[in-house]
Ligand binder design. Structure first.
Ligand SMILES: [Zn+2]
Ligand SMILES: [Zn+2]
Length: 91
């Protein structure tokens, strides 16, 4: 039985770091597709879900950037903006 995806061990379930998997993301040069998938759901993007050793490589990933619509970082930035505007008050 040769399942290429069967390399994970039960111990992997204890942490949330995502290894740079062999399937590259189609939208960027830095991440694995799976990493970007998770990075988009995180307010701090790919850098927050990547292995700490890969952080420098993936922190500028465009896929999970707050300038990219549809990402959690984008949503968080909008919330932050709205809050700031509210705080500044109507002029
Ligand atoms: Zn990507
Ligand atoms: Zn990424």
């Amino acid at each position: 039985m040769t399942d290429p995806y069967a390399h994970g061990t039960p111990a992997d379930d204890f942490h949330t770091w995502v290894k740079l998997a062999p399937t590259p993301c189609p939208d960027c040069e830095c991440c694995a597709a799976r990493l970007c998938e998770l990075g988009r759901l995180h307010a701090f993007g790919c850098g927050a879900v990547a292995d700490p050793g890969d952080w420098e490589i993936v922190r500028d990933c465009p896929c999970s950037a707050e300038t990219t619509e549809g990402t959690e970082a984008h949503r968080a930035a909008q919330v932050r903006d709205a809050r700031r505007r509210r705080k500044e008050g109507d002029r």
